[in-house]
Each structure stands twice: as C-alpha cells, then as structure tokens.
Design a protein. Structure first.
Lengths: 187, 187
C-alpha cells in the first residue's frame, strides 16, 4: 500500500494537514490560539455554556454556529439533571482529544482506521467537595480510558495511540494541571 | 432576612442538600462515584461521546436521558467543525462546576443570587501539539475565568466564589492534575 501527501485518509485531509504544518513552521505566531466559553447560571446547579468565537492564526474567528451545552447535577446530587455533570464533560474532552489525535496521527503515518471507540471512567469520592473530609481531594482520584482501535497493523496502531497521548492538549492539562485565575465582579 | 433549612433558594433545594450531607456523613460509602463517557470516532477529527450511566450512592444509575456531544476541529485546524474542540469543553466544564458551586454555597449560606455569568478563556500555543517545539507544552498555558455575580451582599458573594473554587472538582483536576491510564485493544 502506498500513500501520498495528497490522500485523504480516515477523513483527514492530509495534504492540508501537512500544508498547515508548513505554514506554522514559517510563521509561528499562527500557532497562538485563545479559546473561549461563556456561561450563565439558570437555576440551582443548572447552567449553560455557549462556545462560538475564538482567536487563532492571528485573527478572531467563529465556529460555523454557536454551540450550547447544559450542565447540571442529577437528582441524587440535588440537581434537576438538565445535562451531564461538569466532571463528565472532562471525560468527554479527554476521549475526544485522544480520538482526534489518533485519526490525525494515523493519517499522517499512512495508516487506515476502521474503528476507534473508547470508554473513559473517573473515580471521585464526594467527601472532598462536600467538605466532609480534609484528606479526600475534590476532583477525580484517577481516570482510566480503554480504547478499541481497528484498522491496519495492530502494533502500528498501538504506537499511534501512544503518540496521540504524547501530543494531546487535554491529556497534558489533565495529567499536569494548568494555572487558573479567577476574577469576580459584583458591580 | 431569615433563612430556614426548608427553603428553596436560588433553585437549590437546601433541605434536601442538608439531608444529603447528613446521609453521607452517616455512610461515607455513599460518596464514592464513578462517572463515565463512551466515545466513537466518526471521521477525521470528528467524534461523538455519550454520557448516560454512572455509579454512585452504592448503585448503578442513569441520567434521565443519554446526552450526546460532538467534538471536532474547526477548518483552520483541518477539521469539519461539527462541534467544539476538546479543549473548549474543558473551559465549559470549569465554568459549569464553579457556577453550580456558587449556587449551592450561596443557598447554604442563605444568600440570594440574581445573576451568575462568566467568560472563561484559555491560551494555547499549538507549536506543542504540532510537534514543532519541545519547549512548548501541549495544553493550555493558562486559563482565566471572569465572573459577574449579583444578588445579596457583594462581599459575601465574593466569599461564595472563593469557597466554590476551594470545593470544585473541576478546578481541582485542572489546577492539580490527575493520573490518567490508557489501555488499548486492537482485537
């Protein structure tokens, strides 16, 4: 099987992918992005975020439409279950980032995928956030993701997953943390 | 203004909130939760997660419906923009967790809210994930969230936001990181 830079593989336009890499190499300022979400409280633990605009490639851009997402707590956590919990969105973000990376890396390496599916689970002890223990952290104690990846050469596909982890933005943030600053206006 | 444990405030059923705390104090095993998402790759960087079941309070439970979410890259990042990027979901998760906490803490303290809104931004230099620099991390370099909170006593509301940060699962995970294990099946 031969591959060329002009091929679209796994739904990835590899020609454009390589051209984008070349463009960024030539002007590294293109790589600076600022992503954004706005959120408003609705009632109780129910709130809604909108994701639309972002800054990148030296310009203000928008997604093709505003995307809105509800978050809430389920009844067992005294919410009205109008959406997943915030911590479940973290699991989705992790699976989504690694999966996109797998598709890109496989395409760049000329490997065809037929399936990428995953289940991601996070263990959390709510004694932390409920303020009932000082020894239990607030967040997940661990996260586990199980992938099933099918397509070309299994050993090469395993290495694709490894490379996706090494180059994943969400994997980095979740495993290494990131500084977060919080500002409050009450005007 | 007086408050009683029976009041619903800010849409939070404080009586049930306090009863839940008492129940967990009496049986701390109730506090152990395992959240879950499943994801499947669709094409290119486009994939979809489903969030439905979770384990908590010593039983398997489900949200009132399966929630599904698409993630993708925008065209400037060689995707088809079928949903936000995975890293944007992290921003939503942070805003959602802190906002739910603000509503709960304010209610527990007998404070009425009229508005909680926020904008959250994350700076990322894609030289990392593109493999073009070993000195640039893959994930966000920093995240900033700006809240507008209105209602009772502004000084008390500021302290509510502080307490929400101190007890937020997502804030903890993002600022401190969490161990992530990755398993791959190619069968």
């Amino acid at each position: 099987m031969t591959s060329t830079e002009n091929a679209t593989r796994n739904g990835v336009d590899t020609a454009t992918l390589f051209a984008t890499l070349d463009a960024v190499k030539a002007d590294t300022e293109l790589a600076k992005f600022r992503f954004r979400a706005t959120n408003r409280w609705l009632s109780g633990t129910h709130n809604q975020s909108t994701i639309h605009g972002f800054h990148g490639a030296k310009q203000e851009m928008t997604h093709r439409q505003p995307f809105t997402f509800d978050a809430d707590h389920p009844p067992v956590l005294v919410g009205s279950d109008q959406g997943p919990t915030p911590v479940e969105y973290l699991l989705h973000a992790l699976a989504a980032c690694l999966t996109a990376g797998i598709a890109n890396v496989a395409a760049a390496r000329g490997l065809t995928l037929t399936e990428v599916s995953s289940t991601v689970e996070g263990d959390i002890d709510l004694l932390g956030i409920l303020g009932l223990s000082d020894e239990v952290r607030n967040g997940y104690q661990n996260i586990k993701i199980d992938f099933t990846v099918r397509g070309d050469d299994p050993e090469k596909l395993r290495k694709v997953v490894e490379q996706s982890c090494r180059r994943s933005a969400v994997f980095d943030v979740l495993t290494n943390g990131v500084p977060v600053s919080v500002n409050v206006s009450t005007d």
